[in-house]
Design a protein around this ligand. Structure first.
Ligand code: 2X7
Ligand code: FE2
Length: 312
């Protein structure tokens, strides 16, 4: 019997401010909040509801907070348990995690990426500490923690070389990821864990969840975010990739991690729009929760409502 072809069933832009987990008050997180960042948290809630009707095996994630300077690394250890403490916000995020990893799929992507000329490595250190970006995006998308992850590092070629080199490598990694998924027979959800505009406040209010203090950092950042969201909603992926380098430079976007470029490439430049669940700021950074569902191409809000040629 021939093996069924694997597929990407959802590609999600899943930002990871630790504030969102803090405000959710899950039992795994030690600090407790009164409330906060409802727009984003309720957006994630709607995303979770939509994901309930989709059968999948594994979630793949690139987090900007697992950074590697020589090559792209893949988690090659099947299980981790420990506590993750955010280095910048230890007051908000001290999270006990138990995570299973799909090492076979990670290795298959690693091998495909290597055959395309990328520098790659399987990360096999049993004492590795999972970064908070991975944990926050995974938790907000699937708080049951019942699916294994594939963990992929953020290769910092943007800093070592340039934003254009970063993007080229992210595109290559996306293609390799897609091929490995298809060969695996698995149904996969991909998470690009990053904020959009990323200028942020440098001081914190006494009560972190004081929403009277939360707003976009400045209007230019907001305009960049809206332009990117328009392209996401209307399925103009090629244009999105074309403006990505400038977007990263101008808005200090966390897309510099390569995560969003990887996602768009793995989805093969979707010409259908993503569902946008929420936009909101966290310490002034712009964050969008959005998902492309290839099996529902054409249904997304943006695909129907944005006139051809609008925006940008
Ligand atoms: O890592 C983050 C982030 N990307 C955005 C906002 C706040 C904190 O942490
Ligand atoms: Fe971040």
């Amino acid at each position: 019997m021939t093996k069924k072809k694997g597929e990407i069933v959802a590609g999600i832009l899943a930002p990871h401010p630790p504030h969102l987990v803090y405000a959710e008050n899950p039992p795994q997180n030690e600090p407790k909040a009164e409330c906060g960042w409802e727009e984003l948290r309720w957006g994630y809630e709607r995303l979770r509801r939509d994901l309930e009707s989709i059968d999948f095996d594994v979630m793949l994630i690139i987090s900007p907070h697992w950074q590697t300077y020589i090559g792209t690394h893949f988690i090659g250890v099947p299980h981790f348990e420990s506590k993750s403490v955010d280095p910048v916000f230890p007051n908000l995020f001290r999270f006990d995690y138990t995570i299973d990893y799909d090492v076979a799929l990670a290795r298959a992507i690693h091998d495909e990426a290597r055959s395309d000329g990328l520098v790659v490595k399987m990360m096999e250190n049993p004492d590795f500490r999972v970064d908070y970006g991975t944990i926050v995006s995974a938790h907000m998308t699937r708080p049951q923690w019942d699916k294994p992850l594939v963990g992929i590092s953020s290769q910092r070629s943007r800093h070592y070389y340039s934003v254009e080199v970063m993007q080229e490598q992210a595109i290559t990694l996306g293609r390799a990821t897609r091929r490995a998924i298809e060969a695996s027979g698995k149904r996969c959800v991909l998470l690009a864990s990053n904020s959009l505009s990323h200028r942020h406040f440098t001081t914190e209010s006494d009560v972190p969840e004081d929403m009277s203090r939360e707003h976009i950092y400045n209007h230019h950042q907001y305009l960049w975010d809206m332009q990117v969201i328009d392209l996401i909603r209307s399925g103009r992926s090629t244009e999105l990739m074309d403006i990505m380098p400038e977007f990263v430079e101008q808005s200090v976007s966390e897309a510099e991690a390569g995560s969003l470029g990887w996602l768009i490439s793995a989805l093969d430049y979707p010409s259908f729009g993503a569902d946008v669940y929420a936009y909101g700021t966290v310490i002034g950074t712009g964050n969008v929760v959005a998902a492309w569902f290839p099996g529902r191409a054409g249904e997304a809000v943006g695909a129907k409502t944005t006139p051809a040629g609008a925006g940008a």
